[in-house]
Design a protein around this ligand. Structure first.
Ligand SMILES: [Ca+2]
Length: 182
């Protein structure tokens, strides 16, 4: 059984650094992978970075989900990460849900897991940019790479278009080291 300890560094906090290369979508949605479900929205965006956002949509309505993935970035076992995003959905195309998660990989790019899995965005305020943030601990031994996955969850029936927009996606390494894997 792993022993989990928490060590808060007493040194002055390092300035947090954005790990993903394009979380603002101000000029395009590169290098996000979206499997033809994503498109760039030039004239809409959250307040922090302004216009330019990613829109993910589908109308299959079979209960499945569509997503876009950031590039893989280096992460460190045992560290805490800040995950945040702005998001928006509009009346007439509100999806069944939206969420965000981190996929964890080892240094051979083998998939190790995805979490948090309990994120569920507030879907009661259509037509405005909303904000979500959380922290996530890298508790998977050998997880040295990760990417952010932006989820849009479709309804299980009907013909509605499920459309969600994301902007200002943040993935920071915090200064908190929380487990030693002993
Ligand atoms: Ca933007």
């Amino acid at each position: 059984m792993k022993k989990i300890i928490m060590l808060v560094f007493l040194a002055p906090p390092l300035s947090a650094q954005e790990l993903i290369s394009n979380g603002t979508f101000n000029s395009n949605i590169n290098p996000w992978e979206h499997f033809n479900r994503g498109s760039w929205i030039a004239n809409d965006g959250a307040a922090a970075s302004g216009n330019g956002s990613i829109e993910i949509k589908d109308n299959l309505n079979n209960g499945s989900s569509v997503y876009a993935d950031s590039e893989l970035v280096p992460v460190v076992e045992g560290y805490r990460y800040i995950l945040a995003s702005s998001y928006k959905y509009q009346t007439g195309s509100i999806p069944n849900g939206m969420s965000v998660a981190i996929e964890w990989y080892d240094n051979q790019s083998n998939f190790l897991g995805e979490y948090p899995w309990d994120v569920s965005f507030d879907m009661s305020q259509p037509g405005q940019w909303l904000e979500f943030d959380t922290w996530v601990d890298n508790i998977i031994e050998d997880a040295t790479q990760a990417r952010v996955r932006l989820w849009v969850h479709q309804h299980s029936s009907g013909t509605d278009l499920n459309t969600g927009r994301f902007d200002d996606v943040i993935f920071f390494q915090d200064t908190v080291f929380m487990s030693d894997f002993d």
